[in-house]
Design a protein around this ligand. Sequence first.
Ligand SMILES: Cc1cc2nc3c(=O)[nH]c(=O)nc-3n(C[C@H](O)[C@H](O)[C@H](O)COP(=O)(O)O)c2cc1C
Length: 212
Amino acid sequence: MTITPRTLPPPPVENDLLPEPSPDAAFLARLALRRSTKVAHLTSPGPEGETLDAILRLGARVPDHGKLGPWRFIILSGDNRHAFGKKIAGLLSDRGQVKDAERLAQEEGRFLRAPVVVAIVFSPVESPKVPEWEQVLSAGAVCYNLLLAANGFGYGGCWLSEWVAYDRDALALLGLSPQEKLAGLVYLGTPTEAPMERPRPTAASRVTHWQP
Ligand SMILES: Cc1cc2nc3c(=O)[nH]c(=O)nc-3n(C[C@H](O)[C@H](O)[C@H](O)COP(=O)(O)O)c2cc1C
């Protein structure tokens, strides 16, 4: 079945009645078996146009205390991926941090590893009611929801931070203000192979039942 953005229900507006939760085997199977796709296993095509818009729209449907929307997206696609790679390679070179030509070429190509890279920016909102921590959690939920939405359209994705997320100069080049942080860089594309399960903690190993 081909899924297009038109397959989706139209975006609901405030006070629209929405469907109640109902048992959904396909949805549960997706959650039970989903995995990120390694960035090395992503290729073209990636989501673009209406499909990318729909992925962002679905990705942003997350719990958000105070309805603050403390996040925004910056898209790196096409030639801009290389242009931004050149900027960060230039940064490392100007600082004298990296001289090795091979490593600089690698930095130039950092965002070429997938056809589309979505930067999810955490933009804190001053609020007397909602602690910043809760806003951070909402931004993290956007990153994960974006992966799920991309999977729903048949694309693979991988949530990375890498050094760029923690370098204020690189973040300024990306367009972040000093108050903002990078919640993640979600690389999106077509998987070249099926993922294999990875080790993961069982939920049971993390559960206790509180008793008085
Ligand atoms: C906030 C965050 C940042 C991450 N940054 C990196 C990273 O920089 N490099 C990396 O190899 N993996 C990173 N990962 C892990 C990858 O996303 C990893 O492939 C993923 O956790 C695989 O789990 P899954 O298949 O269950 O989705 C990060 C994960 C999170 C949640």
